[in-house]
Design a binder for this molecule. Structure first.
Ligand SMILES: [Fe+2]
Length: 208
């Protein structure tokens, strides 16, 4: 059994001692929004949008981490190129994670943050711990993008319908446009064109 830690006794006068091991109940539960904010968006709208944004955030955090996994574990003749490309996309997803999370907070909600909670809420399939071939890495990333693109378009339309133009703008201008661009860069790597001899069907041996 884990040994119970005794509470720390702090001096009663002003002191340079940092107050360690502090605990208290949370100040706002997950899944709620602040009641009153001068945003001209009623509470039920902010509740619905923040709930959906949190689902998108869970997927975006997962995609971000999928890119780092691919960056570390990629292999083969295109190692250098893909190693750099995956990290570039990772960096762009880092920005999106922050923008979505801060949008949720801005609307009075609570953003999902920890990997364990993200794993419960994402719709993206969890990859194995080990390394996979490049085409499998690329396919996984493209599938993840497709899930995000589908949700983003749906939520952008809903946000516009509910009068949440800020969320609509973030989703269309940043999340959707970035994802579409990244899909282009990834999917071009899955086009089976000859590397050396033009007109040759890759994988088919030609007799002299
Ligand atoms: Fe790196």
């Amino acid at each position: 059994m884990r040994k119970k830690q005794n509470p720390i006794r702090y001096p009663q006068k002003v002191s340079a001692q940092p107050r360690l091991r502090q605990k208290a109940p949370e100040i706002q539960p997950f899944g709620t929004v602040k009641h009153l904010l001068p945003l001209e968006l009623v509470e039920p709208v902010r509740l619905e949008i923040t709930e959906q944004l949190n689902r998108l955030l869970a997927d975006t955090i997962t995609l971000r981490d999928l890119y780092k996994k691919a960056h570390w574990q990629t292999s083969g003749p295109t190692f250098y190129q893909l190693h750099l490309l995956y990290d570039k996309h990772y960096g762009e997803q880092v920005e999106l994670v922050d923008a979505i999370a801060e949008r949720i907070q801005m609307l009075g909600g609570v953003s999902i943050a920890m990997a364990a909670h993200v794993a419960e809420d994402t719709d993206i399939e969890v990859p194995p711990r080990g390394r996979e071939e490049v085409p499998v890495q690329l396919s996984r990333l493209l599938d993840a993008h497709q899930i995000i693109i589908r949700k983003t378009r749906r939520l952008a339309r809903r946000a516009a319908q509910l009068g949440d133009d800020g969320t609509n703008d973030l989703l269309v201008s940043d999340v959707l446009r970035t994802s579409e661009m990244q899909v282009w860069f990834l999917s071009e790597h899955l086009v089976d064109v000859p590397l050396v001899e033009a007109g040759r069907i890759p994988g088919v041996m030609r007799t002299a």
